[in-house]
Ligand binder design. Structure first.
Ligand SMILES: NC(=O)c1ccc[n+]([C@@H]2O[C@H](COP(=O)([O-])OP(=O)(O)OC[C@H]3O[C@@H](n4cnc5c(N)ncnc54)[C@H](OP(=O)(O)O)[C@@H]3O)[C@@H](O)[C@H]2O)c1
Length: 264
């Protein structure tokens, strides 16, 4: 995206009116909050996930805001389907301007000594491989359209792993590097690629670790300078900024939103 010739106000630069944003994992948690936030600033939004019924609930909410919305059921870890998914979205919505690669999994905790290949594959296939090949398919569309913005949801764990969370951390560290590689390569097409690295956020995925290890919540909070676990809506300002022209000179960056956890 070129810097606009006419200097916009900050508020105008954050608008996405008429743009089409695709959010994977848009049915709940951080993805749902992001989908609603992008709609609030004017975008028409496509939500992708495995469960159609839960996607449809978000679609209805977005339509009630006066935007267009589309639910696309797909498993982002099954890369053979991804170019078909992008073709379907382009046909239905006419264009794509923004991709938020948010779908992710942290299926089980395991030490590296006990790690099973099945766990490694399911984590990497969704968190890293699916993200890369969906980005590739969308980048081909963005290139034809003159540019756009891709936002990859990584994790603060991509910078510092947690005990028995090694596979997840490795996948998220890969997302940070994939962001840099794609940003450098696709800048010439007007495509910006950035990442957001949340710390602990209250969602089904985020809270699942406390179900397995209840004592971990207090240990974690002792290391979060802001003293609490975050809420999905606290990621939305960063997402809107990175999706919009307000961030027109930002690419290859990873924005940490972790209450200060990485400081301790
Ligand atoms: N919550 C945290 O503390 C935290 C911290 C750092 C990073 N993150 C990252 O933030 C992202 C969102 O996580 P969340 O906490 O919001 O999780 P969540 O509430 O569990 O939501 C996950 C979303 O991803 C979808 N999804 C899961 N597997 C999928 C697949 N194979 N294909 C397509 N969609 C799939 C889910 O829908 P279906 O199940 O219907 O497919 C759901 O919409 C993830 O990348 C996660 O790693 C989260």
């Amino acid at each position: 995206m070129e810097y606009p010739e006419r200097l916009e106000s900050v508020t105008e630069s954050l608008r996405l009116d008429g743009r089409v944003a695709v959010v994977t994992g848009g049915s709940r948690g951080i993805g749902k909050a992001t989908a609603l936030g992008l709609a609030e600033v004017g975008a028409n939004v496509v939500v992708v996930g495995r469960n159609l019924d839960s996607l449809e609930v978000v679609v209805q909410e977005i339509r009630s805001m006066g935007r267009e919305a589309l639910a696309v059921p797909a498993h982002v870890g099954k890369t053979e389907h991804l170019s078909g998914v992008v073709d379907h979205i382009t046909k239905e919505m006419g264009r794509i301007d923004v991709l938020v690669n948010n779908a992710g999994t942290n299926p089980a905790m395991s030490s590296m000594l006990d790690l099973e290949e099945r766990l490694w594959d399911s984590t990497m296939n969704l968190n890293l491989k699916g993200l890369v090949f969906l980005s590739q398919a969308v980048a081909r569309v963005l290139k034809e359209g003159g540019g756009g913005s891709i936002i990859n949801v990584t994790s603060a764990d991509g910078f510092r792993h947690e005990v028995d969370g090694g596979t997840y951390a490795i996948s998220k560290a890969g997302v940070i590097m994939a962001t840099k590689v794609m940003a450098q390569e696709w800048a010439r097409y007007g495509i910006r690629v950035n990442a957001v690295a949340p710390g602990h956020i209250h969602t089904r995925l985020g809270d699942s670790v406390f179900a397995v290890r209840p004592e971990y919540e207090d240990q974690l909070l002792a290391r979060v300078p802001l003293g609490r676990i975050g809420e999905p809506r606290e990621l939305v300002g960063t997402m809107v900024y990175l999706a919009s022209g307000a961030s027109s000179y930002t690419t290859g960056a990873t924005f940490v939103v972790d209450g200060g956890w990485l400081l301790t």
